[in-house]
Design a protein around this ligand. Sequence first.
Ligand code: SAH
Length: 334
Amino acid sequence: MKGFDELSPNGEGSLAETLRMRIAAEGPIPVSAWMAAANAHYYATRDPLGAAGDFTTAPEISQMFGELVGLWLADLWLRSGRPEGAHYVELGPGRGTLAADALRAMTGAGLAPDVHFVEASPVLRKAQAGRVPQAGWHDDLSTLPGEGPLLVVANEFFDALPVEQFDGAGASRTVDWRDGRFVPVGEVETETSPASLAVAADLSRRIATQGGAGLIVDYGHDRPGRGDTLQAVFRHAYADPFEAPGERDLTAHVDFAALANAAEGVRISGPVAQGAWLDAMGLPVRAAALARAAPARTEEIEAARHRLSAPSQMGRLFKILAFSAPDWQEPAGF
Ligand code: SAH
């Protein structure tokens, strides 16, 4: 799917040209508008995951990740009295790998929910349909089913949602076009993601009303007020977030305290470090079982376990926050 834009990222017909024209007409645009436009184009035009892409996510490292997420949901559903009509909902499901692994684990536990994917990218929808053909798709949360418990998963979804950045006087940081390049204008003292807070609020209200739970997994901090965390990743390396819009993955650290604050009417669990959560959910046991079943893969399985849970790898930076309906049981792993 990489085409003209990659060959000529600032050329005619590119997102860069569209943004240059917009800045010429309106003046400098807020960082949030820049990030929203860049990521919409980025995800709509490619599958960015894996060794050949720009970044690798936990479910792409090992089936164990999705399986433990599925078991977490199934365990909570079982202990909460096996309510009927549950829906599996995933926000930004990537290639559908996590969902496929989670659903397989849930089936083993007697849970077979219907499947709803909130996904903006047509390219990734196609990849998801290949792995989870029974899924239905949504552009946003507004069309999700209004009845029946929701079993929600979001892995590396919130970090892709736009942030706004402000200086000490409350003025927005913007992006301008000067001397032949895009430049950020303004200092950053605070960073917020209104889009993320809106999703967290909507999700929590739905779970509080309909029952169910949601698991939010992302990298970020558990205390607010970290300032500028906007970053770009291209082919597994950091890049300038103000160059080649739509050709690099733009992310910001997730402010878990702010997400928890935005939630209404649900029990909040965590955030806890991903490594601690995975270990509590039985990652070492699952890894040992997989290695016993396929001894030739022992080293590969151990490497994946380490990458997912070691503090020097994904274990500490990535965090897990859960929302659950107040009349459901306490979730495991926290
Ligand atoms: N959860 C997957 C993919 C993470 S990448 C994994 O862990 O592998 C981010 C995902 O969120 C992609 O599927 C992307 O297309 C989707 N996404 C990003 N912004 C979105 C938005 N505003 N609305 C819907 N989906 C979005």
